[in-house]
Every structure is written in C-alpha cells, then in structure tokens.
Write a new protein. Structure first.
Length: 548
C-alpha cells in the first residue's frame, strides 16, 4: 500500500471514512504502531473490500478475488511460505508471460526483484484483501506438501485392517476436516447406507460425493459424537453437538447433527471459520443500482430490517455486512447470535447459552437496559422473541434479524403466524430482504453461447447470449467457481404501510410494490445471467420454475 497518510487521504476523498474516523485511528496508531489502513479495517471503519478497490483504482492496478483462483503449483513451489507471509504476496500463475501475483500491499522494489529472480518472470501485481491472502498462503503451502486425500485413504485402509479396534479414528477425522477445508466445503455429510458409508461435501451449495468406505468403520461416527459432546450410547434419537477445532492457524466451530436411519446414524458437520471477517454489501454481490436502497435502510435510526431465505442462503452474512456498513463509532450495537460466527469491531456480541437460560428473548430484554442504538438478533424463531424484538423496534431502536420465509412479501404472513399484528408491522418494518446464493460461472473457462429458445422463454427477456463454464482445473471441471447473492429488496413505503395495516391480501401487496418498481429475486437473477455472472441452468437449480 502507499504511505499511511495517502491511504487515509484517499479513503477520505472517496467518502469511505470521515475525519472523526481518521482522528480515532491516529490515536490508536500511537499505541499499536500499526499501519493506518490496517487499523481502519480492524476497527470496521472501512471494509478491506472497499479499501482495496479504492487503492487499486488510484494505482490503476487490478483486483483479484482469491476464492475464484487456485494457484498453479509449479510457480508456488518456487517460493516459501515465510517469504509470502512476510511480504504479503501469493503467486497465482502466468498470464501473457508475466507472473500474476496477488498482494495486499504493493511490494517494495527489492521484493519485486526477488520475485523476478525466483520465478524468472516479471511480476504483475493484483490487489486483494489481506485476511484472505494470509489464509490462502497458509492453506496452499500446507496442502502443497500434504496430499490430504491420499492420507485419508491410507487412514481408511489402516482402520479397516485394524480388526481389534485398537487404532483411534482421530487422524481420520483430522484429514477429513482438512480435505473439506481444501475443497472450500461448508458441510460434511456422513451417510450410512446398506453396503457402506458415503462421505460427501457440500461445495458452493451442491453436494459432491467424495469417497465410499466399508460399514466396518462405523466407529468413526462414535468418534465424532464423542468429540461433539454427544451421548454415544444413544442411537435411537437425533442429537446435536459441537466442538472447536484449530486447523491451518484458524479456529473452526464444528456443528454436528445426527439422524437415525434404517442403516445407522447419519451425521452432518457444518464448518464455520471463527474470528474477524471483513464483509461488504458490494462484495457479497448486491448490484450497484440496488446498493443505495439497501444502505439507506441500514441508516434508519429505528425500526426493523429483516433478512429472509432458507437455511444456508447467507442471511447472517448479509446482516453482519449491513451492520458493518453503519458508523458504529457513535453507536451502541449489541448482538445475540447462535453462535457468534463473525467478530464485528465496535459491536458488543453475545452468544446464546440455552443451558444457562440465556436465549434470544432473554437477551433482548437485558439489552434494553444497556442503552442500545442497534440490536442484532440472530433469528426470530418463536412468538416471544418476535414480540420482544418488535417492542424494541417500536421504542426507538434499530433491530436487525433473520426470518425463514421464501419471499420478501412472504415475511408478512410469517410474522402474523408469530403473533405480530398488522398495526405493529406497519409501524416497525423498514425493509425486508429475501435472498439466495447462486454459483458463479468460472472466470477462467467461461465462454459466451447463444441461448436456446427454451432458455429465452424461461428468462422471459430478449436475451441473445449467455455465459457458461467449459470446465477447467481452476473449477475442478465443474464450470462454476464461487457464489454470489441473488435477492429482492422490499422497502416498506407509505402506501405499503397502509395496506399492511388494514390487512390487505397478498395480491394487493404485490400489485402495490410492483407499481413502485419492485424487482423480484428472479429479476435480479436474470440481470446476473445477462451480465455473465451465472447461467440459466444455475438459476433453474436455485429458483426452479415457480419462483419466477
């Protein structure tokens, strides 16, 4: 990065921070001696995503999203981990006879020369977020010399040969989790079947079978239950558990759930990386034309903002991103989550502890004694929590929460089912955002193609061409790499408030919002098809034919 004062001035000039943020960060700098840009991002005054793009625009260098890249091993092997960590660089591959190098701070001339000397190629730098780069350096150098897939298969053979059950399955579990992290999986499925046990990963929302192991290795299920604090003697009822694992210099919360089937217990392990994460609404995939509406909602002084969608649709991440977009230096923000997945600088975060009687509704009642400006509630799942949250929003607080409903308008009957009356809803709701996550076409192998008649009819637009991935090493020949959000934003304006208050039908509500320019989740998905972010097949997979 350029000198600190230049980064600060740049962020000020682009309106990403204010003078008060600079003054506060400079006070912190006197104590910590950190770089100013790092302080501003660590305190959540600006997201790494926004800062990197501002600096890249100023320096006229490209940006790179490392979640959509897989470094080429032949170039990575020419460097070592310490050099990459110390200088914040990660070689990715050669393009037009130049070595593309991801970096979070433009390297000094000596470092550039060393990269040239080690690789034999002139480096071409692309900026990326620091936390992302550091994680990828740890990951790729670790996996470069440790083929976890092979190690897992060797462990399976050892356990199968161990007929006396003297070997511990701990190594098997360790390699399984590492393989999941390498694959960027969110969930690991262990499915007991008639002939054996299937191990599968959910990657970018799609389940992929990985390996099939003998039924004789049922003890791995017992080992996981022990690790998660479950009752290993109970094999008739479903159970939930969790533990924290330290993997690749990061802490992961492993949430475990069991289900009893005719062939034995099924297990699903969800992997959540804990710690400070940087989120930006733009970085999640919200389009430029919709960002002002969303940001305006989060700037309201009181009322309620709801994020809706099915499990795994990114609701909590969007909620955290929205909260991070608020200037928290002069706000008291308190959260109740289950669990605390992402650390939000300057917010007071608490976690559900049902064993101690600390649940969502109890937390909200206690929060009101702490003079909050903003309250974030992880989920409104019952009538007591919903009523308490609504009371908080009526009494002058900004309340952010999630709700399970398929559409933004569907949140209204859902809240009625939770005992919230029409008048309270009309007075408190600011906006409802319904969303899904959809896979993006691999940027390394995408190609344009003419849409078929069936695809055009599905999109209901005069779109001639689309993009789809052909399959390459970067995307494991799937044609997709990474995900983006598709969404619908429902601002609750004057006319809509009146309709909600008098209990208007869903058809009346839909007609009103359409007349005011409401764009459905399908409309946004089609926008992303036309922009080349995703393809028609993926929209069909996520939304089907009845969400249009």
């Amino acid at each position: 990065m350029p000198e600190d004062v230049k980064v600060g001035d740049l962020l000020l000039s682009r309106g990403l921070i204010q003078n008060k943020h600079m003054e506060y960060a400079l006070q912190v700098q006197k104590v910590t001696r950190e770089k100013l840009g790092r302080i501003l991002t660590r305190l959540g005054m600006v997201s790494e995503y926004d800062m990197v793009r501002a600096v890249a625009h100023q320096l006229q260098v490209p940006c790179v999203d490392l979640t959509r890249w897989k470094p080429e091993m032949q170039w990575l092997r020419r460097f070592n981990r310490n050099f990459c960590l110390q200088n914040r660089v990660l070689p990715l591959g050669v393009h037009k006879d130049q070595l593309v190098v991801a970096t979070s701070e433009v390297p000094k001339v000596q470092v550039q020369q060393k990269i040239h000397r080690l690789s034999g190629k002139a480096p071409k730098f692309a900026l990326t977020e620091e936390h992302q780069l550091v994680n990828f350096v740890y990951d790729h150098f670790f996996f470069m010399d440790r083929p976890v897939e092979e190690l897992l298969h060797m462990e399976i053979q050892s356990l199968y040969a161990d007929t006396g059950n003297t070997l511990s399955p701990d190594n098997f579990l360790h390699y399984l989790l590492l393989w999941a992290i390498k694959s960027q999986a969110t969930d690991v499925h262990i499915r007991s079947m008639e002939q054996g046990i299937s191990l599968a990963f959910r990657i970018d929302g799609v389940l992929h079978d990985r390996v099939f192991i003998p039924r004789e290795l049922q003890r791995i299920i017992t080992a996981i239950k022990l690790q998660a604090g479950m009752d290993i003697s109970e094999q008739r009822l479903p159970q939930d558990g969790r533990w924290t694992a330290r993997l690749l210099e990061r802490s992961y919360d492993i949430r475990v759930s069991t289900l009893v089937t005719p062939y034995g217990e099924n297990i699903v392990m969800r992997l959540l990386a804990l710690g400070r994460m940087q989120f930006s609404l733009a970085g999640l995939g919200f389009l430029d034309k919709d960002l002002p509406l969303l940001r305006q909602a989060f700037q309201e002084p009181y009322g309620m903002i709801l994020l809706t969608g099915p499990t795994g649709s990114g609701k909590s991440t969007t909620l955290v991103s929205g909260l991070s977009s608020i200037d928290l230096l002069e706000k008291n923000a308190i959260t109740i989550e289950n669990p605390v997945e992402h650390v939000i600088p300057l917010a007071r975060q608490t976690q559900v502890n049902e064993a101690a009687g600390y649940d969502f509704s109890t937390a909200i009642r206690n929060f009101l004694r702490h003079d909050p400006d903003i309250i974030l509630i992880g989920e409104m799942r019952d009538e007591i929590t919903a009523r308490t949250a609504m009371t908080a929003s009526v009494t002058g607080h900004l309340v952010l929460s999630t709700l399970h409903s398929n559409t933004a308008l569907g949140s209204i009957p859902r809240m009625l089912g939770l005992g919230i009356d029409h008048l309270t809803m009309s007075e408190t709701l600011i906006a409802v955002v319904s969303q899904r996550l959809i896979r993006t076409v691999c940027s390394h192998c995408n190609q344009q193609y003419p849409l078929s008649r069936e695809e055009k009819e599905y999109l209901e637009r005069d779109t001639e061409y689309g993009s789809r991935g052909q399959g390459c090493d970067q995307c494991d020949h799937s044609g997709y790499k990474g995900r983006t959000v598709i969404y619908e934003i429902l601002p609750v304006f004057g006319e809509l408030r009146e309709l909600i208050e008098r209990g208007a039908s869903k058809q009346e509500l839909a007609g009103s919002v359409r007349s005011h320019g409401f764009r459905s989740i399908f409309d946004v998905a089609v926008d992303k098809v036309e922009a080349g972010f995703t393809d028609v097949a993926e929209v069909k997979r996520v939304l089907g034919r009845f969400m249009r």
